[in-house]
Design a protein around this ligand. Structure first.
Ligand code: SAM
Length: 204
């Protein structure tokens, strides 16, 4: 994406600092600049429901819940295939299941009321096949003016190319048939993001 950034991307990613990043003491596997973009998005979109695929230890869900606390609005439904001890918060519901299954989608849907503003984050299995399935399943939940955020599109672009094809390729497969979504290029403004081309804004 930004060729001049490639050495820094590689240096930052390979330092594994993203695995040593915490929100209120809970690991959150994100670049802090992306967390700041999340804050900006949440404030402008003000979602009623945030659906997260890929909970891990719950640090990102807790971050989202605290942002919702500040706005006095929003709840989080987060799905992971693995069940572990995670932070408790009134706004967070943890579900266990394969995020790319119709059964899991059907367990998420009841948390959404008619008219709710919905934002979706895909941060589970980062293979192209899995992310594409998630895009096909969850994009229908996203309301106009909100986002489906595809995490870790840096896989292969430029980090860990051996894991290609990854999330970026899934986005490339999805977008041509889904003109209702555009890549929000403004979200590249901090230059360092783990999600280049991954902030998909629903425009119609
Ligand atoms: C990158 S971590 C999520 C990081 C978390 N959102 C954060 O920011 O701290 C990916 C998670 O996806 C989960 N996962 C992998 N395959 C999955 C699947 N098929 N369905 C749901 N979750 C899955 C893993 O168990 C892991 O916890």
């Amino acid at each position: 994406m930004f060729d001049f950034m490639t050495p820094f991307y590689l240096h930052y990613y390979n330092s594994h600092a993203w695995m040593d990043t915490y929100w209120m003491g809970h690991p959150v596997y994100k670049c802090p600049l992306d967390l700041f973009l999340y804050q900006e998005i949440l404030f402008s979109v003000k979602p009623d429901v945030i659906v997260e695929c890929g909970t891990n230890q719950g640090g990102s869900a807790l971050y989202l819940a605290h942002m919702c606390d500040l706005m006095n609005k929003g709840r989080i439904v987060t799905v992971d295939i693995v069940e572990v001890e995670r932070p408790k918060h009134d706004r967070i519901t943890y579900l266990t299941g394969d995020s790319a299954s119709v059964d899991t989608l059907n367990r998420v849907k009841p948390f959404i009321n008619p008219g709710d503003v919905v934002l979706v984050i895909l941060d589970s299995d980062h293979t192209e096949q899995h992310v594409y399935k998630e895009l096909m399943l969850y994009h229908q939940l996203v309301t106009v003016g909100s986002y489906i955020i595809v995490e870790d599109t840096i896989v292969g672009h430029p980090v860990i190319p051996e894991l290609l094809p990854g999330p970026m390729e899934a986005v490339g497969r999805f977008l041509p048939d889904h003109g209702e979504f555009i890549i929000d290029m403004n979200k590249h403004k901090f230059h360092l993001t783990f999600n280049p081309n991954g902030y998909l804004l629903r425009v119609k």
